[in-house]
Design a binder for this molecule. Structure first.
Ligand SMILES: *Cc1c(COP(=O)(O)O)cnc(C)c1O
Length: 399
């Protein structure tokens, strides 16, 4: 349909193409997993966040199917109207037990959780200190909250503390990914916690890539580093293989989010079947076997990339091969695709300018041979720039 909006859309697409930043959808013709079918071809998949291979697990599917037959598909309304079900409440209780928190509250996605939490808790007069490489949903939550947002250089605790001294406020908090989604490095959680304790700030963390991956029980970086944070966002959509997200904290926090978090108040509840499947996945995640397999692949990938000259670390299931220029990253991804590997290029605004890269994620469902195959094909890639973006400018702004 032609018209003014179509003209605007064409203009925007041309601009994206000029910058080599246009993106395209690629529908899968198979379930999510280490081997997927796209465009009639089979690929070895290194771009999924299904870190434990739970997205297509028979027990998880069966739990979802049983709940689908019991509850039907749609939940009909937001939870505050008639969209709540015993499956929602049961999952929240299971999540609170799993994390040892007083309470948990579900959100429809990690994106919605971060936007909801930050905009519900903070407003004008408050200050949120946010890591420069935080996920877009935290960035958007900061913006929507209308609190002052102070961006600190990536993982730089000294710089953070100096900024904390400079910026007083009513409520103040440090907000960070625990595992950074595109670099796979970890936040210095203990040091951040110390700064928060010293200056009376809350510590709010997003465990999207830590849940199920880190810690002996799979509870995330908080468990691994033995840090008790004030508020923890976890997702059901990555290692748990499903969809949705949750917040762990006090009982009063739960009540305040149910009252004030707009993505929860003004959006239809998750389907009960999604909740029942997630509860089953949570039961499987607690067992150490899958995490042990994932850890073996992480160690293999990290050592292999190091042998190829990259500065990879076994900090998480995410690795990045830094290439700098978006065209170079797209070309590298295309070459791997010719060999039957799906390794997506990540470009701005997902990552800062000049840090386009291949993002590689490994799963417990990958075999040793799968990872070896990728490593055998990575070596001919042109290498420019260094692993780790760690940009340190004086006045940082969120992208
Ligand atoms: C993926 C991701 C989210 C968003 O979670 P969804 O459930 O996919 O909406 C939030 N934070 C981080 C760090 C993420 O990587």
């Amino acid at each position: 349909m032609a018209g003014l909006v179509d003209t605007w859309a064409q203009e925007s697409l041309s601009a994206l193409e000029r910058q080599h930043l246009r993106r395209y959808l690629e529908p899968l013709q198979s379930p999510q997993g280490p081997h997927v079918r796209v465009g009639g071809r089979d690929f070895l998949n290194f771009s999924s966040n299904d870190y434990l291979g739970l997205a297509n697990d028979p027990a998880v599917i069966e739990a979802g199917r049983a709940a689908l037959l019991k509850h039907g598909l749609g939940s009909g309304a937001s939870r505050l109207v008639v969209g709540d079900s015993d499956a929602h409440v049961s999952l929240e209780q299971a999540l609170a037990r799993f994390h040892g928190s007083d309470a948990a509250v579900l959100f429809n996605s990690g994106y919605a959780a971060n936007v909801g939490v930050l905009s519900a808790l903070f407003g004008p007069g408050d200050v949120v200190f946010s890591d420069a490489l935080n996920h877009a949903s935290l960035i958007d939550g900061c913006r929507l909250s209308r609190a002052q947002t102070v961006v600190f250089p990536h993982r730089d605790v000294e710089a953070l503390e100096a900024l904390v001294k400079l910026h007083p406020g009513r409520r103040r908090a440090v907000v960070t990914d625990t595992v950074f989604s595109m670099d796979g490095d970890r936040a210095p959680l203990r040091a951040l916690d110390e700064v928060c304790q010293r200056h009376g700030l809350a510590l709010i963390v997003d465990e999207a890539h830590g849940t199920g991956v880190l810690g002996a029980g799979g509870r995330g970086l908080g468990e691994l580093d033995d840090v008790e944070v004030d508020l923890h966002v976890g997702t059901l959509s990555k290692a748990l293989g499903g969809f949705g997200a949750y917040v762990c904290g006090s009982a009063a926090l739960r009540e305040v989010l149910i009252n004030l978090a707009r993505p929860l108040v003004f959006s239809t509840a998750l389907p009960a079947a999604v909740c029942a499947a997630a509860e089953r996945a949570l039961g499987l995640l607690a067992a150490p076997e899958r995490r042990a397999s994932l850890q073996a692949r992480v160690t293999q990938m990290s050592a292999g990339l190091q042998r190829l000259g990259y500065s990879a670390r076994p900090d998480s299931a995410v690795f990045s091969v830094m290439l700098g220029d978006p065209q170079v990253a797209m070309a590298a991804s295309a070459r791997l695709r010719e060999q039957g590997l799906l390794v997506k290029a990540i470009r701005p605004p997902t990552v800062p300018q000049g840090t386009s890269r291949l993002r590689i994620s490994v799963s417990a469902a990958h075999s040793e041979a799968d990872v070896a195959r990728l490593l055998s094909l990575v070596s001919p890639l042109p290498r420019r720039g260094e692993e780790g973006t760690g940009e340190k400018r004086k006045h940082l702004e969120h992208r």
